[in-house]
Design a protein around this ligand. Structure first.
Ligand SMILES: C[S@@+](CC[C@H](N)C(=O)[O-])C[C@H]1O[C@@H](n2cnc3c(N)ncnc32)[C@H](O)[C@@H]1O
Length: 338
């Protein structure tokens, strides 16, 4: 019996024995590969699958806690729903897909959310695989219906289907589907009927020593990997990489440091200077006197002209600075002190 907490958001991690048996199916090129898990959980399955290999690992996870764990072991992780991500198409060598389970919500219905998820996750993530890229797709056997078979036969060739090893086959009776992405999508009626026949029959257990292997193509660059929704942790990480931030950070440090307490009470003039410099910006006061203060120094120009009796003319332009302090009062009134 799995823990209730684990089940949250359809979290059923790939059993370690399945990962161990899948690993020898994959043949790695000399160059680095790129791997995507669009619902990566804690990232453990993908990280172990490509362990000790030259691989860039990318994961997306909806649950904040699991996304945080995944960040420790995968190279790039988005805490987001996969539906709300923007990821480079055709960039990945491997797509590892174990879609979320929603058994609680109408198991056998044709239109159940669970069924839709297995199909929609496959449909929306296939485009991220490059031609010849390898799919590893894990789903409960009951979900492998005609629509999924049709999509698999359309986009993949060299498909193999195995059932999970006996010790982890129950209660969900999952199967592993491996395939190579076609260079050009095409409906292959033979592959389709072979697949449909296979779906109706019995599958062999995932062997410990595969006879057939899948070679991963070298990875491509992944210029786009982001969530459409602002995720503070990702934003902070991206900001740290920004060349502009690198220039601004040393200056921003001074602003962020806390103001030390003065040894003696400040003179009104000092207060004015601090306010003008913006050092006291923010909420001040208590109760009805509570207000927001913002100070700034503005530059302005005084133009003057002088016409002399000898007919000459002089135009002067004088630059001055004006201290402005704005107060936002609790009733919404904005008062400007100059
Ligand atoms: C079946 S688990 C697979 C976890 C991992 N890939 C593995 O094989 O061990 C599915 C994961 O998908 C996550 N999930 C659910 N809906 C999601 C969504 N819309 N986008 C991204 N992840 C989602 C769940 O939180 C859960 O961790």
């Amino acid at each position: 019996m799995r823990l209730k907490g684990q089940r949250k958001m359809g979290y059923y991690p790939t059993p370690p024995v399945v990962v161990e048996r899948l690993r020898p199916f994959l043949e790695f090129p000399e160059e680095a590969v790129t791997c995507l898990d669009p619902c990566c959980g804690t990232g453990l399955a993908l990280a172990s699958l490509v362990r000790e290999r030259e691989a860039g690992t990318f994961g997306v996870e909806l649950d904040a806690g699991r996304a945080k764990e995944a960040r420790e072991i995968l190279d790039r992780v988005l805490h987001s729903s996969f539906e709300e991500t923007r990821i480079s198409p055709g960039a990945f060598s491997l797509l590892f897909l174990n879609p979320p389970y929603d058994w609680e919500e109408g198991e056998n219905s044709e239109t159940s959310p669970a069924e839709r998820k297995e199909l929609t996750f496959l449909r929306s993530s296939v485009k991220h695989l490059q031609p010849d890229g390898v799919l590893v797709y894990l789903i409960p056997r009951i979900r492998l219906d005609e629509r999924i078979a049709r999509l698999l036969a359309y986009a993949f060739e060299d498909l193999s289907i195995y059932q999970f090893p006996e010790e982890v086959y129950e209660p969900f009776r999952q199967v592993c589907i491996l395939g190579r992405k076609k260079t050009r999508d095409s409906q292959d009626p033979e592959e389709m009927s072979r697949l449909l026949e296979a779906v109706a029959g019995k599958f062999k257990e995932l062997p410990a020593r595969p006879r057939h292997r899948y070679t991963l193509p070298p990875g491509k660059k992944v210029p786009l990997f982001r969530s459409m929704k602002a995720d503070l942790e990702t934003l902070a990480a991206e900001l740290m990489q920004s060349p502009l931030w690198k220039q601004l950070a040393p200056r921003a440090d001074g602003f962020s440091s806390a103001m030390p307490s003065p040894p003696l009470p400040l003179h009104t003039g000092h207060l004015g200077l601090l306010m003008a410099a913006g050092c006291l910006n923010g909420v001040v006061g208590e109760g009805p006197d509570r207000h927001v203060v913002a100070g700034k120094v503005e530059k302005f120009t005084i133009e003057s002209e002088e016409y002399r009796e000898d007919g000459t003319h002089e135009a002067r332009s004088l630059e001055r600075y004006r201290v402005t302090i704005k107060l936002l009062l609790p009733d919404g009134e904005i008062r400007t002190l100059t």
